[in-house]
Design a protein around this ligand. Structure first.
Ligand code: NDP
Ligand code: GDP
Length: 344
Protein backbone atom coordinates (compact mmCIF):
# COMPACT_ATOMS: atom_id res chain seq x y z
CA UNK A 1 0.00 0.00 0.00
CA UNK A 2 1.14 3.53 -0.73
CA UNK A 3 2.68 5.37 2.21
CA UNK A 4 0.92 8.49 3.47
CA UNK A 5 2.91 11.66 4.03
CA UNK A 6 1.55 14.70 5.80
CA UNK A 7 3.32 17.87 4.70
CA UNK A 8 2.57 20.92 6.83
CA UNK A 9 3.28 24.18 5.02
CA UNK A 10 2.34 22.60 1.68
CA UNK A 11 1.63 26.04 0.15
CA UNK A 12 5.17 27.29 0.80
CA UNK A 13 8.27 26.98 -1.37
CA UNK A 14 9.53 23.71 0.14
CA UNK A 15 6.03 22.27 0.53
CA UNK A 16 5.49 22.55 -3.22
CA UNK A 17 8.79 20.90 -4.18
CA UNK A 18 8.49 18.20 -1.51
CA UNK A 19 4.86 17.50 -2.46
CA UNK A 20 5.97 16.96 -6.06
CA UNK A 21 8.82 14.66 -5.05
CA UNK A 22 6.61 12.53 -2.78
CA UNK A 23 3.92 12.20 -5.46
CA UNK A 24 6.60 11.04 -7.91
CA UNK A 25 7.62 8.43 -5.36
CA UNK A 26 4.05 7.13 -5.18
CA UNK A 27 3.03 8.58 -1.81
CA UNK A 28 -0.45 9.65 -0.85
CA UNK A 29 0.31 13.28 -0.02
CA UNK A 30 -1.83 15.19 2.43
CA UNK A 31 -1.04 18.89 2.54
CA UNK A 32 -1.68 20.87 5.70
CA UNK A 33 -3.36 24.11 4.76
CA UNK A 34 -4.28 27.22 6.76
CA UNK A 35 -7.63 28.70 6.02
CA UNK A 36 -7.25 31.73 3.78
CA UNK A 37 -9.68 34.08 2.07
CA UNK A 38 -7.76 33.63 -1.17
CA UNK A 39 -6.69 30.38 -2.76
CA UNK A 40 -3.09 29.81 -1.69
CA UNK A 41 -2.32 27.09 -4.21
CA UNK A 42 -0.24 29.15 -6.63
CA UNK A 43 3.03 27.31 -6.12
CA UNK A 44 1.26 23.96 -6.39
CA UNK A 45 -0.37 25.05 -9.65
CA UNK A 46 3.00 26.26 -10.90
CA UNK A 47 4.37 22.71 -10.41
CA UNK A 48 1.18 21.13 -11.79
CA UNK A 49 0.35 19.14 -8.63
CA UNK A 50 -2.55 21.05 -7.04
CA UNK A 51 -5.07 18.39 -8.05
CA UNK A 52 -2.99 15.46 -6.86
CA UNK A 53 -2.73 16.53 -3.24
CA UNK A 54 -5.34 15.96 -0.55
CA UNK A 55 -5.73 19.00 1.64
CA UNK A 56 -6.44 19.14 5.35
CA UNK A 57 -7.12 22.30 7.34
CA UNK A 58 -4.26 22.42 9.78
CA UNK A 59 -2.84 25.19 11.92
CA UNK A 60 0.08 24.76 14.30
CA UNK A 61 -1.49 27.05 16.87
CA UNK A 62 -4.47 24.70 17.47
CA UNK A 63 -3.62 21.49 19.37
CA UNK A 64 -7.05 19.90 19.08
CA UNK A 65 -6.99 20.40 15.33
CA UNK A 66 -3.57 18.74 15.12
CA UNK A 67 -4.73 15.74 17.14
CA UNK A 68 -7.87 15.21 15.09
CA UNK A 69 -5.90 15.66 11.87
CA UNK A 70 -3.34 12.99 12.78
CA UNK A 71 -6.06 10.57 13.88
CA UNK A 72 -7.84 11.05 10.58
CA UNK A 73 -4.87 11.13 8.20
CA UNK A 74 -2.84 8.33 9.84
CA UNK A 75 0.44 9.51 8.32
CA UNK A 76 3.49 7.27 8.00
CA UNK A 77 5.70 10.33 7.66
CA UNK A 78 5.18 13.91 8.82
CA UNK A 79 7.22 16.72 7.29
CA UNK A 80 6.78 19.80 9.43
CA UNK A 81 7.57 22.67 7.08
CA UNK A 82 4.98 25.10 8.46
CA UNK A 83 6.43 28.25 9.98
CA UNK A 84 6.51 32.02 10.00
CA UNK A 85 9.72 31.67 8.05
CA UNK A 86 10.84 35.26 7.52
CA UNK A 87 13.58 36.43 9.91
CA UNK A 88 12.92 40.12 9.24
CA UNK A 89 9.27 39.86 10.27
CA UNK A 90 10.16 37.90 13.40
CA UNK A 91 11.65 41.07 14.93
CA UNK A 92 8.29 42.78 14.41
CA UNK A 93 6.17 39.75 15.44
CA UNK A 94 8.34 37.83 17.93
CA UNK A 95 5.52 36.38 20.02
CA UNK A 96 3.53 35.19 17.04
CA UNK A 97 6.72 33.70 15.57
CA UNK A 98 7.52 31.88 18.82
CA UNK A 99 3.98 30.56 19.06
CA UNK A 100 4.02 29.13 15.53
CA UNK A 101 7.67 28.13 15.06
CA UNK A 102 8.44 27.10 18.64
CA UNK A 103 5.34 26.06 20.57
CA UNK A 104 3.61 24.99 17.35
CA UNK A 105 6.20 22.25 16.90
CA UNK A 106 5.75 21.10 20.48
CA UNK A 107 1.99 20.90 19.86
CA UNK A 108 2.60 18.79 16.78
CA UNK A 109 4.98 16.50 18.68
CA UNK A 110 2.41 16.08 21.47
CA UNK A 111 -0.27 15.29 18.90
CA UNK A 112 2.09 12.77 17.29
CA UNK A 113 2.86 11.13 20.63
CA UNK A 114 -0.85 10.74 21.39
CA UNK A 115 -2.34 10.03 17.98
CA UNK A 116 0.37 8.80 15.57
CA UNK A 117 3.24 7.50 17.73
CA UNK A 118 4.85 5.42 14.98
CA UNK A 119 4.89 8.20 12.37
CA UNK A 120 8.33 9.43 11.36
CA UNK A 121 8.80 13.16 11.94
CA UNK A 122 10.90 15.72 10.07
CA UNK A 123 11.43 19.15 11.63
CA UNK A 124 12.46 22.02 9.35
CA UNK A 125 15.34 23.43 11.36
CA UNK A 126 17.59 26.15 10.07
CA UNK A 127 21.13 27.50 9.86
CA UNK A 128 19.70 30.64 11.52
CA UNK A 129 20.17 28.68 14.77
CA UNK A 130 23.95 29.13 14.30
CA UNK A 131 23.45 32.91 14.09
CA UNK A 132 26.58 34.49 15.49
CA UNK A 133 28.64 31.58 14.32
CA UNK A 134 30.90 29.79 16.79
CA UNK A 135 32.85 27.87 14.10
CA UNK A 136 33.46 28.05 10.35
CA UNK A 137 32.05 26.09 8.58
CA UNK A 138 29.05 25.00 10.65
CA UNK A 139 28.13 21.34 11.10
CA UNK A 140 25.91 19.25 13.39
CA UNK A 141 28.31 19.71 16.32
CA UNK A 142 28.64 23.50 16.08
CA UNK A 143 27.17 25.30 19.12
CA UNK A 144 24.13 27.48 18.45
CA UNK A 145 23.80 31.23 18.98
CA UNK A 146 20.58 32.46 17.32
CA UNK A 147 20.30 36.16 16.47
CA UNK A 148 16.56 36.65 15.86
CA UNK A 149 13.22 35.69 17.39
CA UNK A 150 12.91 33.30 14.43
CA UNK A 151 16.23 31.63 15.26
CA UNK A 152 15.34 31.40 18.94
CA UNK A 153 11.95 29.82 18.21
CA UNK A 154 13.47 27.35 15.75
CA UNK A 155 16.10 26.38 18.30
CA UNK A 156 13.34 25.55 20.81
CA UNK A 157 11.69 23.39 18.14
CA UNK A 158 14.99 21.69 17.32
CA UNK A 159 15.57 20.72 20.95
CA UNK A 160 11.92 19.68 21.35
CA UNK A 161 12.44 17.27 18.45
CA UNK A 162 15.65 15.90 19.98
CA UNK A 163 13.95 15.64 23.36
CA UNK A 164 10.96 13.66 22.04
CA UNK A 165 13.40 11.35 20.29
CA UNK A 166 15.33 10.78 23.51
CA UNK A 167 12.35 10.73 25.90
CA UNK A 168 9.69 8.84 23.99
CA UNK A 169 11.51 7.09 21.16
CA UNK A 170 9.87 9.29 18.53
CA UNK A 171 11.48 8.85 15.09
CA UNK A 172 12.17 12.58 15.01
CA UNK A 173 14.79 14.10 12.74
CA UNK A 174 15.95 17.69 12.64
CA UNK A 175 17.19 18.87 9.25
CA UNK A 176 19.41 21.90 9.76
CA UNK A 177 19.08 23.46 6.34
CA UNK A 178 21.04 26.40 5.04
CA UNK A 179 19.26 28.93 2.81
CA UNK A 180 17.69 27.36 -0.24
CA UNK A 181 16.06 29.31 -3.00
CA UNK A 182 14.15 28.82 -6.24
CA UNK A 183 11.79 30.61 -8.60
CA UNK A 184 9.10 29.79 -6.00
CA UNK A 185 10.91 31.50 -3.10
CA UNK A 186 8.88 34.13 -1.23
CA UNK A 187 9.47 37.60 -2.66
CA UNK A 188 10.48 39.07 0.71
CA UNK A 189 13.68 36.96 0.85
CA UNK A 190 16.71 38.72 -0.52
CA UNK A 191 17.51 36.45 -3.49
CA UNK A 192 14.01 36.51 -4.90
CA UNK A 193 13.63 40.19 -4.07
CA UNK A 194 16.71 40.82 -6.22
CA UNK A 195 15.67 38.64 -9.17
CA UNK A 196 12.07 39.84 -9.10
CA UNK A 197 13.01 43.52 -8.80
CA UNK A 198 15.75 43.46 -11.43
CA UNK A 199 13.34 41.76 -13.84
CA UNK A 200 10.71 44.44 -13.13
CA UNK A 201 13.40 47.06 -13.70
CA UNK A 202 14.27 45.54 -17.08
CA UNK A 203 10.67 45.97 -18.29
CA UNK A 204 10.51 49.51 -16.94
CA UNK A 205 8.19 48.89 -14.01
CA UNK A 206 10.71 49.69 -11.29
CA UNK A 207 13.35 52.37 -10.93
CA UNK A 208 15.85 50.73 -8.55
CA UNK A 209 16.10 47.90 -6.02
CA UNK A 210 16.38 48.94 -2.36
CA UNK A 211 18.31 46.54 -0.14
CA UNK A 212 19.74 46.45 3.37
CA UNK A 213 23.04 44.87 4.43
CA UNK A 214 25.00 43.94 1.31
CA UNK A 215 27.91 42.43 3.26
CA UNK A 216 26.04 39.50 4.84
CA UNK A 217 27.17 36.12 3.49
CA UNK A 218 24.93 33.15 2.87
CA UNK A 219 25.31 29.56 1.71
CA UNK A 220 22.61 29.39 -0.97
CA UNK A 221 21.39 26.14 -2.51
CA UNK A 222 18.44 25.06 -4.65
CA UNK A 223 15.20 24.09 -2.86
CA UNK A 224 14.58 21.11 -5.17
CA UNK A 225 17.84 19.51 -3.98
CA UNK A 226 17.08 20.18 -0.32
CA UNK A 227 13.63 18.52 -0.25
CA UNK A 228 15.29 15.37 -1.62
CA UNK A 229 17.53 15.50 1.46
CA UNK A 230 14.48 15.76 3.74
CA UNK A 231 13.05 12.59 2.25
CA UNK A 232 16.37 10.75 2.58
CA UNK A 233 16.54 11.70 6.27
CA UNK A 234 13.20 10.04 7.01
CA UNK A 235 14.23 6.84 5.21
CA UNK A 236 17.03 6.22 7.75
CA UNK A 237 16.56 3.47 10.31
CA UNK A 238 17.59 5.79 13.13
CA UNK A 239 16.49 9.43 13.46
CA UNK A 240 19.28 11.99 13.70
CA UNK A 241 20.26 15.58 12.90
CA UNK A 242 21.72 16.54 9.53
CA UNK A 243 23.09 19.72 7.98
CA UNK A 244 22.21 20.37 4.32
CA UNK A 245 24.33 23.06 2.65
CA UNK A 246 26.49 23.66 -0.41
CA UNK A 247 29.69 24.51 1.47
CA UNK A 248 30.05 27.78 -0.48
CA UNK A 249 29.26 31.27 0.77
CA UNK A 250 28.73 34.57 -1.02
CA UNK A 251 27.74 38.11 -0.14
CA UNK A 252 24.40 39.68 -1.04
CA UNK A 253 26.47 41.97 -3.27
CA UNK A 254 27.74 38.95 -5.20
CA UNK A 255 24.18 37.70 -5.70
CA UNK A 256 23.18 41.10 -7.10
CA UNK A 257 26.15 41.07 -9.48
CA UNK A 258 25.36 37.56 -10.73
CA UNK A 259 21.65 38.27 -11.24
CA UNK A 260 22.42 41.56 -12.99
CA UNK A 261 24.99 39.87 -15.24
CA UNK A 262 22.36 37.39 -16.39
CA UNK A 263 20.25 40.38 -17.44
CA UNK A 264 23.13 42.03 -19.31
CA UNK A 265 23.88 44.59 -16.60
CA UNK A 266 27.41 45.21 -15.32
CA UNK A 267 27.29 46.57 -11.76
CA UNK A 268 29.87 48.97 -10.36
CA UNK A 269 29.62 49.69 -6.63
CA UNK A 270 30.03 53.29 -5.52
CA UNK A 271 30.07 54.81 -2.04
CA UNK A 272 29.87 52.89 1.21
CA UNK A 273 27.47 51.85 3.97
CA UNK A 274 24.03 53.42 3.75
CA UNK A 275 25.26 55.52 0.79
CA UNK A 276 26.40 52.63 -1.36
CA UNK A 277 24.82 52.31 -4.80
CA UNK A 278 25.09 49.81 -7.62
CA UNK A 279 25.40 51.49 -11.00
CA UNK A 280 25.17 49.84 -14.40
CA UNK A 281 28.48 50.67 -16.09
CA UNK A 282 26.99 50.88 -19.57
CA UNK A 283 23.91 53.04 -18.99
CA UNK A 284 25.16 54.87 -15.89
CA UNK A 285 21.81 54.08 -14.27
CA UNK A 286 21.60 53.41 -10.53
CA UNK A 287 19.93 50.03 -10.16
CA UNK A 288 20.63 49.29 -6.46
CA UNK A 289 20.35 51.58 -3.46
CA UNK A 290 20.88 50.82 0.22
CA UNK A 291 17.93 51.56 2.46
CA UNK A 292 18.79 51.21 6.18
CA UNK A 293 15.13 50.36 6.88
CA UNK A 294 16.11 46.85 5.75
CA UNK A 295 18.91 46.53 8.31
CA UNK A 296 18.10 44.09 11.12
CA UNK A 297 18.44 44.75 14.87
CA UNK A 298 20.92 41.84 15.01
CA UNK A 299 22.49 40.35 11.91
CA UNK A 300 23.76 36.92 10.95
CA UNK A 301 26.95 37.95 9.17
CA UNK A 302 28.24 34.67 7.81
CA UNK A 303 26.75 31.26 7.14
CA UNK A 304 28.62 28.43 5.47
CA UNK A 305 27.64 24.84 6.07
CA UNK A 306 29.56 21.59 6.12
CA UNK A 307 27.28 18.89 4.65
CA UNK A 308 29.78 16.03 5.06
CA UNK A 309 27.54 13.96 7.33
CA UNK A 310 24.63 14.15 4.88
CA UNK A 311 26.98 13.19 2.04
CA UNK A 312 28.42 10.19 3.88
CA UNK A 313 25.31 8.86 5.63
CA UNK A 314 22.53 9.87 3.20
CA UNK A 315 24.47 9.99 -0.06
CA UNK A 316 23.09 13.53 -0.47
CA UNK A 317 24.79 16.12 -2.64
CA UNK A 318 23.40 19.38 -4.04
CA UNK A 319 23.13 19.18 -7.83
CA UNK A 320 22.33 22.78 -8.78
CA UNK A 321 25.26 25.18 -8.36
CA UNK A 322 25.16 28.91 -7.66
CA UNK A 323 25.24 30.15 -11.26
CA UNK A 324 22.55 27.71 -12.34
CA UNK A 325 20.37 28.74 -9.40
CA UNK A 326 20.70 32.43 -10.29
CA UNK A 327 19.91 31.66 -13.92
CA UNK A 328 16.80 29.66 -12.97
CA UNK A 329 15.50 32.46 -10.77
CA UNK A 330 16.32 35.36 -13.08
CA UNK A 331 14.88 33.67 -16.16
CA UNK A 332 11.64 32.78 -14.37
CA UNK A 333 11.21 36.32 -13.07
CA UNK A 334 12.06 37.89 -16.42
CA UNK A 335 9.37 35.78 -18.06
CA UNK A 336 6.90 36.77 -15.34
CA UNK A 337 7.81 40.42 -15.80
CA UNK A 338 7.39 40.24 -19.58
CA UNK A 339 4.05 38.41 -19.20
CA UNK A 340 3.11 40.89 -16.46
CA UNK A 341 2.05 38.06 -14.13
CA UNK A 342 2.66 38.34 -10.43
CA UNK A 343 0.92 35.37 -8.90
CA UNK A 344 4.06 33.74 -7.41
P1 NDP B 1 7.50 29.43 3.29
O1 NDP B 1 7.39 30.69 4.08
O2 NDP B 1 7.53 29.50 1.81
O3 NDP B 1 6.29 28.45 3.71
C1 NDP B 1 5.84 28.38 5.03
C2 NDP B 1 4.59 27.53 5.07
O4 NDP B 1 4.13 27.46 6.43
C3 NDP B 1 3.41 28.10 4.26
O5 NDP B 1 2.73 27.03 3.65
C4 NDP B 1 2.54 28.73 5.33
O6 NDP B 1 1.18 28.80 4.98
C5 NDP B 1 2.74 27.73 6.45
N1 NDP B 1 2.36 28.24 7.77
C6 NDP B 1 2.76 29.39 8.37
N2 NDP B 1 2.22 29.49 9.59
C7 NDP B 1 1.47 28.37 9.80
C8 NDP B 1 0.66 27.90 10.87
N3 NDP B 1 0.52 28.58 11.99
N4 NDP B 1 0.04 26.69 10.72
C9 NDP B 1 0.16 25.98 9.59
N5 NDP B 1 0.90 26.40 8.52
C10 NDP B 1 1.55 27.57 8.64
O7 NDP B 1 8.81 28.67 3.83
P2 NDP B 1 9.80 27.68 3.05
O8 NDP B 1 9.00 26.75 2.23
O9 NDP B 1 10.90 28.45 2.43
O10 NDP B 1 10.45 26.88 4.27
C11 NDP B 1 9.88 25.68 4.77
C12 NDP B 1 10.35 25.46 6.19
O11 NDP B 1 11.76 25.34 6.23
C13 NDP B 1 10.00 26.59 7.15
O12 NDP B 1 9.73 26.03 8.41
C14 NDP B 1 11.27 27.40 7.22
O13 NDP B 1 11.36 28.12 8.43
C15 NDP B 1 12.31 26.31 7.12
N6 NDP B 1 13.59 26.70 6.54
C16 NDP B 1 13.64 27.30 5.32
C17 NDP B 1 14.83 27.63 4.74
C18 NDP B 1 14.90 28.25 3.38
O14 NDP B 1 15.96 28.72 3.02
N7 NDP B 1 13.82 28.25 2.61
C19 NDP B 1 16.12 27.36 5.44
C20 NDP B 1 15.95 26.62 6.67
C21 NDP B 1 14.73 26.33 7.21
P3 NDP B 1 0.55 30.08 4.19
O15 NDP B 1 0.80 29.81 2.73
O16 NDP B 1 -0.87 30.01 4.59
O17 NDP B 1 1.28 31.29 4.69
P1 GDP C 1 17.61 34.78 6.04
O1 GDP C 1 19.02 34.31 5.93
O2 GDP C 1 16.64 33.71 6.39
O3 GDP C 1 17.45 35.97 6.92
O4 GDP C 1 17.18 35.16 4.53
P2 GDP C 1 16.94 36.56 3.80
O5 GDP C 1 16.98 36.28 2.35
O6 GDP C 1 15.73 37.24 4.34
O7 GDP C 1 18.20 37.46 4.22
C1 GDP C 1 19.50 37.07 3.90
C2 GDP C 1 20.46 38.20 4.20
O8 GDP C 1 20.21 39.26 3.28
C3 GDP C 1 20.32 38.83 5.60
O9 GDP C 1 21.60 38.99 6.13
C4 GDP C 1 19.68 40.18 5.33
O10 GDP C 1 20.05 41.19 6.27
C5 GDP C 1 20.27 40.50 3.96
N1 GDP C 1 19.50 41.51 3.22
C6 GDP C 1 20.00 42.65 2.69
N2 GDP C 1 19.03 43.35 2.11
C7 GDP C 1 17.88 42.66 2.28
C8 GDP C 1 16.54 42.90 1.89
O11 GDP C 1 16.20 43.90 1.29
N3 GDP C 1 15.62 41.92 2.21
C9 GDP C 1 15.99 40.77 2.89
N4 GDP C 1 15.05 39.86 3.16
N5 GDP C 1 17.25 40.56 3.29
C10 GDP C 1 18.19 41.48 2.98
Amino acid sequence: MAKTALVTGITGQDGAYLGKLLLEKGYRVVGGLRRSSVGAYTRLHELGIANDIEFAHLDLVELSNLMRSLERIKPDEIYNLAAQSFVGLSFEQPIYTADTDGLGVLRLLEALRQCAPTARFYQASTSEMFGKVQAVPQNERTPFHPRSPYGVAKLFAHWATVNYRESYGVHGTSGILFNHESPLRGREFVTRKITWSLAQLMVGRLDAVELGNLDAKRDWGYAGDYVAGMWLMLQQQQPDDYVLATGETRTIRAFVEAAARRLGLDIEWRGAGAHETGVDRQSGKTVVRVNPDYYRPAEVDLLIGDPTKAAVELGWKPKVGFDELVTLMVDADLKRARDNTNHV
